[in-house]
Design a protein around this ligand. Structure first.
Ligand code: B12
Ligand code: SF4
Length: 470
């Protein structure tokens, strides 16, 4: 262990900001958000380093590898399980924390996602126990909402700011705040930003991460931010603001660079919907086909009546290996309630055309949307049976989560969604009328799972961890 610890990246002295990416997160590819942020700030002349604590710990504790499966992410956010994880990691985390404090960065930034609260609070506790009295900021989707930031209220002796939403410009602004203004602050600053145009985002620089921590040549990329649709259960509109896209030329130049300069050959697009701008996607695919690089890419697509069978053949010819469709339900009525702006005819056509073009087709399903009834569950089952030949896997089958940055949450009272003060699973435990309770949604989920098993379709209960495994 000492030997391996010594191999870990040195933390530079004189940093303006040290960005820490804490666990848990998929350890198969570099964390795009922290990497994009670090690249942007370095490009703007700041001394910024990215410490990928997630990958470091995943590498140092191969015996705990199951903990990095996304199906195990809940252990990191459940106190009785987290205390075991903490015991396992403690000496290494303390040692890394003392390296950090010895390097004395002007600011430490922690990347927060839902489910990392206990880990982040644990890190803050260690910094405090080592006598740290410097400044820490938190950024990432896990601190977007005021209610999420409340988890850290008792740590605000160390937290001097939160970056809310898109990180690049807001963090740049925070780093430019004069020392005297920081000192006069009584409560943490809130950094918010107006959405940046994608052409001003530099290509994430893989040299800012330590490649030996990643065994696979996999890279997350982003071609767009935000979404052109506004499905009522989804948070993308609020998290990202208006839809923006890189040009086809910029996207292709970045993939070429990643491949030729850094040796990456498998890419996953983090975009909420890769086909948000249909023409740009088609142009991207044409340019990739012409380049004929030996690369593969995957991404999430919204169901689109505009896409033809030829379009999916073009996707395949460009290196696309797998697509994930947000199908959600087999009921036209529920799709309308969700504001999915799709039809079952389009679902069936897209799924069939993608599969016939040779793409691996995954679909996402949701059970128990407010207003869903028995007939709608039967309609979802019928859709699965009918289209079984074209569906390769069900990526996730979730009982509906009323995410707090969604329209569903904002309109919960008007819609008649009720909570019972039993926030056992944060935003899962709600009911709609007498027949749409958590128990009932789980029953419906199980019914559909039984059908998937009968049809021999692989599935996950929640967002899966096999983004890159095919
Ligand atoms: C890819 C992805 C995954 C992959 C990750 C694969 C990998 N190895 O990277 C997989 C499938 C594994 C995954 C899993 C989960 N995910 Co996910 N995922 C995404 C997705 C689609 C893209 C992430 C991304 O790269 N975005 C692009 C980058 C540029 O954005 P970013 O990371 O947000 O970073 C920006 C800012 O947040 C900020 N920022 C980020 N870090 C920091 C740090 C500092 C210091 C500062 C100042 C700023 C800052 O600046 C960055 C640049 O602007 C997002 C949705 C989306 N499109 O963003 C959801 C998303 C991040 N996931 C989410 C969730 C809930 C999960 C799960 C918990 C789902 C589940 N129930 O299983 C799991 C578990 C995650 C875990 N903790 O282990 C939520 C998070 C919500 C929240 N409030 O935290 C999101 C936003 C989707 C959603 N709304 O449902 N996910
Ligand atoms: S569910 Fe998909 S298509 Fe709908 S708003 Fe969210 S990302 Fe866009």
């Amino acid at each position: 262990m000492t030997m391996v610890l010594e191999k870990l990246p040195k933390i530079e002295a004189g940093l303006d900001l040290l960005v820490i990416h804490p666990p848990p997160w998929g350890p198969d590819s570099p964390p795009l958000g922290p990497l994009a942020l670090t690249t942007f700030l370095v490009d703007h002349g700041l001394q910024v380093q990215l410490l990928d604590l997630n990958a470091e710990l995943a590498t140092l504790f191969p015996e705990g590898s199951a903990l990095w499966g996304m199906d195990q992410a809940w252990r990191w956010s459940t106190p009785q399980y987290f205390s075991d994880i903490q015991n396992m990691l403690d000496s290494v985390v303390r040692s890394r924390a003392s390296h950090i404090l010895a390097a004395a960065p002007r600011l430490i930034g922690l990347s927060a996602t839902y489910g990392k609260e206990l880990v982040i609070k644990y890190l803050l506790k260690i910094f405090r126990s080592l006598g740290y009295s410097g400044r820490i900021i938190l950024g990432g989707p896990g601190v977007f909402l005021a209610e999420d930031r409340r988890a850290y209220a008792s740590d605000e002796d160390l937290i001097c700011g939160y970056v809310v939403g898109e990180g690049e410009r807001a963090t740049l602004d925070l780093l430019r705040i004069p020392e005297v203004d920081w000192a006069s602050r009584q409560s943490p600053l809130l950094g918010t930003a107006t959405p940046i145009d994608m052409e001003y985002l530099p290509c994430p620089n893989p040299l800012l991460i330590h490649k030996y921590l990643y065994a696979k040549p996999h890279m997350m990329v982003e071609w767009s931010r935000g979404c052109v649709r506004t499905c009522r259960f989804c948070e993308m509109e609020i998290l990202w603001g208006r839809y923006r896209s890189k040009s086809a030329t910029q996207r292709v130049a970045e993939l070429k660079h990643f491949y030729e300069v850094h040796g990456y050959s498998v890419f996953h697009c983090a975009d909420p919907a890769v086909n948000g701008r249909y023409r740009t996607l088609m142009e991207t695919c044409k340019q990739l086909r012409a380049l004929a690089l030996p690369i593969r890419w995957t991404g999430h697509l919204m169901i689109s009546p505009a896409m033809s069978s030829e379009d999916f053949l073009l996707l395949a010819a460009s290196g696309c290996a797998k697509v994930g469709f947000g199908v959600e339900s087999g009921s036209e009525r529920v799709l309308a309630l969700m504001h999915k702006k799709t039809s079952l005819a389009a679902v069936e056509r897209n799924v069939r055309d993608a599969h016939e073009a040779g793409l691996f087709v995954e679909i996402f399903l949701m059970v128990g949307y407010p207003g869903e009834c028995e007939e709608d569950v039967l309609a979802t089952i019928a859709l699965l049976r009918k289209n079984r030949p074209y569906i390769d896997a069900v990526r996730s089958i979730n009982t509906v989560t009323v995410q707090h940055a969604s329209a569903l949450w904002r309109e919960r009272s008007t819609l008649g969604i009720e909570y019972h003060g039993r926030l056992v699973e944060r935003d899962h435990d709600w009911s709609f009328g007498s027949d749409n309770t958590l128990e009932e949604r789980r029953r419906r989920q199980q019914r559909i799972l039984d059908v998937l098993n009968e049809l021999g379709l692989s599935h996950h209960h929640a967002a899966g961890h096999d983004e890159f495994n095919s």
